[in-house]
Design a protein around this ligand. Structure first.
Ligand code: ADP
Ligand code: NI
Length: 224
């Protein structure tokens, strides 16, 4: 099988698997991450097959929707790649990408030698880009709606000077998520292309928040 055929087969598999996925984690999220990965990869010397397969398979079974079980996705991906007779080295690398891409895992402490590769960094940047900017805003409110959360509550209104524990409450309004995560992502980008794209998207979120607060209460000037 050629690499192009393998990628096509993987696309079909991922589309089928994600048929009933929630809107923020559906096939179109995968497609955007895939496209942005390829875009970022143009400026890097990387293994394009690992990037393509990593991007396509990175959210195949999100732990949030599988009782917090983080091993289901990588296991499904491995079984699929083995069934496609992909070489062991590529499978190993792709599974490492999937296992280490998430924001939570990237903050994980206590492990001395964490896996890292330029391929992981590229797909991670593409995944982070999809959490910010116009798409990121849409995904956040979509996820908040899915969880039945308020959009915003002035009584527990966050700002950039607060510490994480002050705005991180499990059922906090969706606006709080911007401060907990989305506004921090621009400083976590790995590649130069990713950083440039993130800066534009970051500014778009700041503009959004400014407008949001203005519309929420035109009589109160509120700092971001
Ligand atoms: P990752 O891609 O790092 O695994 P998640 O799966 O946690 O990120 O999040 C996927 C999408 O859902 C992102 O767009 C993220 O901003 C959004 N999301 C996650 N948690 C929340 C939350 N508490 N409120 C609003 N949106 C959220
Ligand atoms: Ni993702």
């Amino acid at each position: 099988m050629t690499n192009t055929e393998l990628v096509e087969e993987t696309i079909t598999f991922v589309k089928e698997t994600l048929q009933h996925a929630e809107g923020g984690h559906d096939w179109f999220h995968i497609q955007r991450v895939f496209n942005n990965s390829i875009l970022i990869a143009k400026s890097e010397k990387v293994d394009l097959l690992v990037i393509s397969l990593g991007a396509l398979l990175h959210d195949i079974a999100d732990a949030k929707f599988h009782d917090g079980n983080e091993s289901i996705g990588p296991k499904m991906a491995k079984t699929f790649l083995e069934s496609m007779e992909v070489d062991k080295k590529t499978i190993h690398h792709v599974i490492n990408v999937i296992n280490h891409i998430s924001y939570k895992n990237s903050l994980e402490k206590g492990k001395k030698k964490r896996f890292n590769s330029l391929e992981l960094q590229v797909v991670q940047d593409a995944d982070r880009l999809d959490a910010i900017g116009a798409i990121g805003i849409a995904r956040a409110f979509n996820y908040g709606g899915f969880k039945n959360r308020a959009m915003y509550d002035p009584a527990i209104s966050p700002n950039l000077k607060m510490t994480k524990s002050e705005y991180k409450k499990s059922d906090a309004p969706t606006i709080n998520h911007f401060y907990e995560k989305l506004l921090l992502l621009k400083d976590k980008m790995n590649t130069e292309t990713g950083r440039q794209l993130a800066l534009q998207r970051h500014q778009y979120m700041l503009d959004f928040l400014e407008q949001f607060y203005k519309e929420w209460d035109p009589l109160e000037v509120r700092e971001i």
